[in-house]
Design a protein around this ligand. Structure first.
Ligand SMILES: Cc1cc2nc3c(=O)[nH]c(=O)nc-3n(C[C@H](O)[C@H](O)[C@H](O)COP(=O)(O)O)c2cc1C
Length: 405
């Protein structure tokens, strides 16, 4: 039997298999209220399986740091009730669901100041320091503004308020019936902006030494744990190294030491799980045939550096294929595998992996199609798929040579 189909205990969560839905922002929440929609319920329910873990898209903990329209929130009653319908529907299929808690920090979009859910007192957005994110915004807002704006450094006396926001989100998650919450501390968002030294220039107790830069991570975990037991709390972080994936310009002069300390810090808590992003290079170039995206052919970075530092279960995500995922579990590199893109295009991915059935290809253009069912709930289940359009599992991934395109 494939290692992916053995049971697994993640804190209080009992999984029957190890194919996890990775968190995926899809912009299908209600545009004005940021309440989860019926469409989202259909999407998550399609992907729910008996004893399978779904992790939701990043979900805003407050009106601070709103990145765009159509992302869900979990700070209002209405948003919480919207999530409850999704949770109930996933539970009805025997599935488990964890909600990813998000504060984007400097990745907020300035035009969200005009959004009905914006709070003028929470503008401009905050970060560790006033370092503007490079590049262009990926959002599809009306805006003439397509670069990131300069954030305001969060004052030390405001941090208790931020921690209250995390607590409220965790409380609402519990009320909505979520099995777990996941702190999004990865990918260049607020907590990662505190971790990395090119975004954190502070001289107070949240800046300077690596221990200080890990302080907010620790305090956020502790704040959340006041509302959700640690055995139902996960954390995502995204180690990165020279020449690997960078997230929105956040980087560190000594990433190995930084992420070693962060992981050792998290090891002190008895978390349900740690989710690590594999920083596989993708170079921004994609093959026309997405099954050949270069990241699918590159090796793992994290296990050799971090596995021995962390005693609890670790989920890996980023560039796994149906063929490489079982090996990663079998070899003890990871305890479970989060799938992103292949789970977008295959609502029945768990079944297809188990039965070694070919997969629907994903369509990148519809990943972020605001409010639209296209490319969201209309990918066929295997029985209904046009078999000539499917990609065999063993054809996913290219040679390392082509990964260096
Ligand atoms: C459309 C899209 C949206 C994503 N949104 C999130 C998100 O909200 N939170 C998060 O932690 N990661 C997010 N990610 C990263 C995924 O969780 C995952 O790490 C990534 O897709 C790589 O895994 P894959 O190779 O299986 O696709 C997103 C990725 C994609 C493609």
């Amino acid at each position: 039997m494939s290692a992916l189909f053995e049971g697994l205990q993640l804190g209080e969560l009992r999984l029957k298999h190890r194919v996890v839905l990775a968190p995926l922002t899809r912009f299908r929440a209600d545009r004005k209220t940021l309440v989860p929609t019926e469409l989202m319920k259909e999407y998550y329910t399609q992907r729910a399986t008996e004893g399978g873990l779904l992790i939701t898209e990043a979900t805003c903990i407050s009106p601070e740091g709103l990145p765009d329209n159509n992302v869900p929130g979990i700070w209002t009653k209405e948003q919480t009730q919207g999530w409850k319908k999704i949770v109930d529907s996933v539970h009805a299929k025997g599935g488990l669901i964890s909600v990813q808690l998000w504060h984007t920090g400097r990745m907020a979009h300035e035009t969200m100041r005009d959004h009905p859910m914006a709070d003028p007192e929470r503008l401009p957005t905050v970060s560790a320091s006033d370092v503007t994110a490079p590049g262009k915004t990926g959002g599809t807002l009306s805006g003439e503004i397509d670069t990131y704006s300069k954030p305001r450094p969060l004052r030390e006396d405001e941090i208790p308020r931020l921690l209250e926001d995390y607590k409220r989100a965790a409380r609402n998650a519990r009320e909505a019936g979520f099995d777990a919450v996941e702190l999004h501390a990865a990918h260049g968002y607020l907590i990662d902006q505190f971790l990395n030294d090119n975004t954190n220039k502070r001289s107070d107790k949240y800046g300077g030494s690596i221990e200080n830069r890990c302080r907010l991570l620790r305090e956020a975990v502790e704040a959340i744990s006041e509302e959700m037991p640690l055995s139902r709390v996960g954390v995502r972080i995204s180690p990165q190294f020279e020449g690997t994936m960078r997230f929105f310009g956040a980087s560190d002069s000594n990433p190995l030491e930084l992420y070693t300390t962060a992981i050792k810090t998290l090891d002190q808590y008895n978390l349900a799980y740690l989710l690590l992003t594999e920083p596989r290079w993708f170079g921004g170039k994609f093959d026309k045939d997405h099954s050949k995206d270069p990241g699918f052919s590159m090796g793992l970075y994290n296990p050799s550096k971090f596995r021995h530092l962390y005693r609890g279960p670790i989920i890996g995500a980023g560039g796994f294929t149906p063929l490489t995922a079982p090996d990663a579990v079998h070899n003890g590199h990871y305890d479970a595998i989060g799938f992103g893109r292949w789970f977008i295009s295959n609502p029945d991915l768990v079944h297809r992996i188990q039965q070694k059935l070919p997969l629907n290809k994903y369509v990148r253009e519809t990943f972020y199609k605001h409010g639209s069912p296209d490319g969201y709930v209309d990918y066929p289940f295997y029985e209904d798929a046009d078999k000539s359009a499917l990609v065999p599992q063993e054809k996913i991934g290219a040679s390392l040579e082509s990964a260096k395109l």
